[in-house]
Design a binder for this molecule. Structure first.
Ligand code: ATP
Ligand code: MG
Length: 577
């Protein structure tokens, strides 16, 4: 059964699941609906900066914004906060659109760019100058920083702070006209250099920057600062609930100040906790560094916590949404165990992934009493969790491959798989008993010889004798070869950012994060697997055909191994709190 296509997946909108726990943002919206604050309207937005690919942290924000609006019959805009032309690119815009859609976000025709508002923002800046609320400053960046003061010291007023309105208007217009070099002047809001909130100490609104913008080209040589664009963009789009992460809490008074001075629609900003995951870095700057330094194979490397990386690895949008629903939202930053994300992936794939047999590290097994040249088709269930998935035929013959791990010449205690003299069940069929082993000159195991019991084809013995293990296998003659890429955590440290002074987080990269198994053996039905199709390889884990996979050179990613104990994860999560 083929895995669902991207379109089918995208068709399932981001919507709240019935068991979703209550959260404080929902409570605020419910209260606003009760008091009719916005005439019953709920309008949110997801505002990425197109300076990198989306990651799992952004997925949390997408689920909150699109999920809550959908729950109350509202709408969510996608808005690119593209005020920093030096770091932004069309490639990022395109990837963000693709990844957000894949997660199930639907913004219809409501896709906007802060750069669409550059003319309006310029007019508003002029308005603030005319009102005596903004001035052109000749201090350079270094001096502005020095004058700013600190948390314990008030700032100092710039000597240019009290220029006349006429002079400010003239200088600002000439800034725009390109008369001054980059960085030589700024436009600043005239607020309060002694404010306990550093963001209120005459923040810069515009800087001079000759950089080609991915949408406005060279039209502008001055660009608004993020803080001068963000709140007004929300206002222009009539956003009711402007939901963002906690680090913007201290910026809220500034956004509100601009909105009040300009007398425009007051969006309500609400801050929530960023997602942090163990063994994972969620910062575009650092992810970019990994890509640029070639530490990974690109933004969509399956080890990356990017949406495109985990999609390529085989995660489903449903699993990510279920995870986001389960972690909830709060007002304090914490850290979530990566195992919890993996739990939701397993839970979802268990329901939808067809089963298949694959042997990663093959050991040859010869069934001595099985007729040479004979082939039987054994019927096996595609998915025990989903009767509608049906059954398929798997060829069985005299020579098989089993997993090296499933055989021990000298079995330790409690090892119930194959060993000399023991009998095990082959998945979907016969019982076999190990009779002898063959070794090469160096004493290395080459093949295992067994006999089978023809009366056990159904998987049970007529005399009711029991076996203690069932192992997977493939028929050697029919097996197809594949490369399997097995992934471990990208970082070996729980907090990858934890490095001594002067050291780089890349020192915490896990040298074993990618293991390439070149010669795995797969059952023949997998020959037609297309990139993105997901399977459970029996007893091993969930796997997904990679984008690199070709019919004559199959490549599978291991999405996640099978082991999972929810109780263990819960315990770990409590320890992290
Ligand atoms: P990064 O630190 O990774 O560069 P960012 O905050 O600069 O992230 P933006 O493109 O500005 O990235 O983010 C778009 C939206 O996603 C913002 O509203 C931001 O608050 C939210 N967001 C970013 N990272 C996380 C995270 N780890 N958890 C939850 N929301 C996040
Ligand atoms: Mg940001």
């Amino acid at each position: 059964m083929p895995a669902p296509t991207r379109d089918e997946e995208a068709a399932t909108a981001v919507s709240p699941s019935p068991e979703r726990p209550s959260n404080f943002i929902r409570d605020i919206i419910l209260e606003d609906l009760k008091t009719n604050k916005y005439n019953g309207r709920v309008q949110t937005r997801f505002p990425p900066e197109p300076n990198g690919y989306l990651h799992i942290g952004h997925a949390k924000s997408i689920c909150i914004n699109f999920g809550l609006a959908a729950e109350f019959g509202g709408h969510t805009n996608l808005r690119f906060d593209d005020t920093n032309p030096e770091k932004e690119e069309q490639e990022y815009v395109d990837s963000i659109i693709e990844d957000a859609r894949w997660l199930g976000a639907n913004w219809d025709d409501r896709m906007f760019y802060a750069s669409d508002y550059f003319d309006q923002l310029y007019e508003w800046a002029v308005q603030l100058i005319k009102d005596g609320k903004a001035y052109v400053d000749d201090l350079d960046a270094e001096q502005v920083r020095k004058f700013r003061g600190s948390l314990t010291e008030p700032g100092k007023e710039s000597p240019y702070r009290n220029r006349s309105i006429e002079e400010n208007l003239d200088l600002f217009e000439r800034m725009r006209a390109g008369e001054f070099p980059d960085g030589s002047r700024t436009l600043r809001a005239k607020i309060d250099m002694a404010s306990p909130n550093l963001n209120m100490r005459d923040p810069v609104m515009y800087r001079i920057l000759r950089a080609t913008h991915h949408r406005t080209g060279d039209k502008w040589c001055i660009y608004p600062m993020y803080d001068f664009a963000h709140g007004q963009s929300d206002s222009l789009e009539n956003i009711t609930h402007s939901i963002c992460t906690l680090e913007f809490e201290d910026h809220r008074p500034l956004y509100n100040w601009f909105i009040q001075q300009l007398g425009i629609f007051p969006s309500q900003q609400i801050e929530f906790d960023r997602l942090n995951l163990t063994y994972t870095l969620l910062s575009k700057r650092r992810l970019l560094q990994l890509v640029q330094e070639g530490r990974v194979r690109g933004w969509d490397d399956p080890r990356m916590p990017t949406i495109s990386g985990i999609r390529r690895r085989g995660y489903t949008p449903e699993a990510i949404r279920n995870f986001c629903a389960a972690i909830g939202v709060s007002k304090t930053n914490g850290i979530i165990d990566l195992a919890m994300l993996e739990h939701f992936v397993r839970e979802d794939l268990n329901k939808r992934a067809p089963r298949a047999m694959a042997v990663l590290r093959p050991l040859k097994v010869v069934i001595d009493n099985y007729p040479e040249g004979q082939v039987e088709e054994l019927e096996v269930v595609n998915n025990p969790e989903d009767a509608s998935a049906g059954t398929r035929k798997v060829p069985f013959s005299r020579v098989l491959y089993i997993e090296q791990d499933d055989f021990r010449e000298q079995p330790p205690k409690k090892f119930f798989r194959l060993s000399p003299g023991t009998e095990v069940r082959l998945r979907g069929g016969y019982f076999i008993t190990c009779k002898s082993v063959v070794k090469d000159d160096k004493g290395e195991l080459v093949e295992v010889h067994c006999t089978y019991d023809p009366a056990t084809r159904t998987g049970n013995a007529p005399d009711n004798r029991k076996v203690k293990a069932t192992i997977h296998w493939v028929s050697a003659e029919h097996a197809i070869d594949a490369e399997v890429r097995a992934y471990e955590n990208l970082f070996s440290k729980e907090d990858p950012g934890d490095v001594p002074e002067g050291h780089d987080f890349t020192e915490n990269l896990n040298p074993n994060s990618l293991e390439v198994i070149a010669d795995a053996k797969l059952e023949p039905s997998l020959a037609t697997a297309h990139a993105g199709e997901r399977y459970q390889f029996e007893r091993l884990g969930y796997f997904c055909a990679d984008l690199d996979s070709r019919p004559d050179a199959l490549v599978f990613n291991r999405t996640v191994p099978l082991r999972d104990t929810w109780a263990k994860i819960e315990k770990r999560q409590q320890e992290l709190r």
